[in-house]
Design a protein around this ligand. Structure first.
Ligand code: ZN
Length: 485
């Protein structure tokens, strides 16, 4: 038998299976028991929260023989009986000629909708009630919305409409005011996780609690997404699914690796930041994915802190803001790794400080030129000038080493040809800023040297690094914030 996706298998069979939407299932059970169902429902909520599933359950229940029997005898129904799934009508629902499902996101033409809606005026072939389920109703054309409106205002007998939308503000007020509105909530992770574990047990797989929680958090309130993630992990799993399996299958970075980066940044340990970032890159993840995971993790940490009654989030917010900015700069930049690395480095210490401490730095390479300190001062001035406005330039400069300064020519060396070429594109900008710093025209000569010592901004060797950090202590952290604005 072909494998049936969990999303299909996990779909609720009765109102009692409607996870995380108890306010809706309870209200509907009461309405069905007392026969007070509306002929038009507007189901509102983000994707994957159960709108279409609920519409199907309602459509099925409206035609369920046992539900009708209970209604006629005045017996109150329970959620797990709605619908019964045993009577002829329930069993044939999926192939019923009287239930119409329509996705407005893919069929928007007036003809499509008109053709569908015109059948509303014909009596049902077999069912008691003819049902129309229209997804993403806000995407219908103006004309299509008008024909629906006409049907809702003067409904033909035995017809019911279920209109689902993710964007209520795009649904005209005329429609909203004529429908019974059902508001679907985001499903909290603490509701999703145990459900996933139950589902996995039914598949004879042990889903570990931390793994279930990770999937639940990732789903951001959508049961459909949670089931899709679980499906992917299940496909790769043997007898059990561990947190590591989830990370690996879904291409996620582990919380430990993320925490390593965060704690290095918050403890202002530049060397540890470099180590942790390298470590994260080694896991083969793209910089954007790491940045996004860091933001999610930081939000989780803030949430935990909030639960503990802590109130000061300014440091974490500062990191989140910088990462958000970095994430948007990464798209299409060609050097996302460097942008991430530089962003985290800048959070540890403002680039500005190099103006003040550069004279205390020992030379990295044996230097043939005594003007080198002057050259470095210009270089750091430029980094300082450009870092606020252009992360790409800063990133390229982070790979540069000042190796000579003679007359009006500053020599920048790069270990990799790629960065030298990237610098060349920014040369004009650099020369302008350098000339401004030196108060005379400065030219740059670029050298590619495979044996170059690591650049100053990253991987600074001991003891220069310690000296630098000693010097950093005296600077106010607000400088760092300014740079990232
Ligand atoms: Zn039934």
């Amino acid at each position: 038998m072909a494998y049936e996706a969990l999303y299909t298998r996990g779909r609720p069979k009765t109102l009692s299976h409607l996870i995380g939407q108890e306010h809706i299932s309870t209200a509907l059970t009461r309405a069905i028991s007392s026969g007070r169902l509306s002929h038009a429902y507007l189901l509102v909520g983000t994707r994957g929260t159960g709108k279409t599933s609920t519409a199907r359950l309602l459509a099925k229940a409206m035609n369920c023989e046992r539900v009708h029997e209970a209604q006629n005898s005045g017996r109150p129904l329970e959620k797990k009986e709605i619908p019964c799934n045993k009577c002829d009508s329930c069993r044939n629902f999926d192939s019923s000629p009287d239930n119409f499902e329509f996705d407005a996101a893919s069929n928007r033409s007036v003809e499509d909708v008109t053709r569908l809606l015109s059948t509303a005026y014909l009596s049902p072939l077999r069912a008691r009630v003819k049902t129309f389920i229209i997804d993403e109703v806000h995407m219908l054309s103006f004309e299509a919305v008008n024909s629906i409106l006409k049907l809702i205002e003067e409904p033909p007998p035995n017809v019911a409409f279920f209109l689902a939308t993710t964007e209520i503000n795009k649904v005209p007020m005329t429609i909203r005011s004529r429908c019974q509105v059902l508001n679907f909530r985001l499903i909290p992770p603490q509701t999703i996780a145990p459900y996933l574990m139950t589902l996995a047990r039914r598949l004879n797989v042990t889903l570990h609690e931390d793994a279930a929680k990770k999937i639940a958090r990732l789903a951001e309130g959508s049961m459909r997404d949670a089931l899709t993630y679980l499906d992917q992990c299940y496909a790769m799993a043997d007898k059990e699914i561990l947190l590591g399996d989830v990370n690996e299958t879904l291409g996620l970075i582990s919380d430990e690796k993320l925490d390593e980066i965060i704690s290095a940044v918050t403890s202002k340990d530049r060397a540890a930041v470099a180590r942790a970032v390298t470590n994260a890159f080694r896991s083969g993840l793209a910089a954007n994915a790491i940045a996004e995971s860091l933001i999610t993790r930081l939000r989780d940490i803030e949430f935990e802190m909030l639960n503990r009654g802590e109130k000061n989030f300014s440091e974490l917010d500062r990191i989140i803001d910088a990462l958000r900015k970095a994430a948007s700069e990464m798209y299409g930049s060609g050097i996302p790794d460097i942008i991430l690395e530089m962003t985290l480095m800048k959070l540890v210490a403002p680039v500005q400080i190099f103006n003040a401490v550069q004279t205390s730095l020992p030379a990295q390479n044996p230097l043939p030129n005594e003007n080198l300190d002057a050259g470095r001062k210009i270089f750091y001035d430029v980094v300082n000038l450009l870092s606020g406005e252009d992360a790409t330039v800063t990133s390229v400069l982070s790979k540069a080493v000042v190796t000579n300064f003679t007359g009006d020519t500053l020599t920048l060396s790069f270990k990799s040809k790629m960065f030298a070429e990237m610098f060349d594109k920014q040369r004009q900008k650099f020369e302008q800023a350098a000339s401004k710093s030196a108060e005379r025209a400065i030219k740059v000569s670029v050298v590619v040297d495979k044996n170059l010592a690591p650049p100053v901004l990253n991987n600074m060797p001991e003891p220069a690094r310690s000296n630098l950090f000693g010097a950093l202590e005296v600077f106010d952290a607000s400088d760092a914030i300014k740079l990232n604005d």
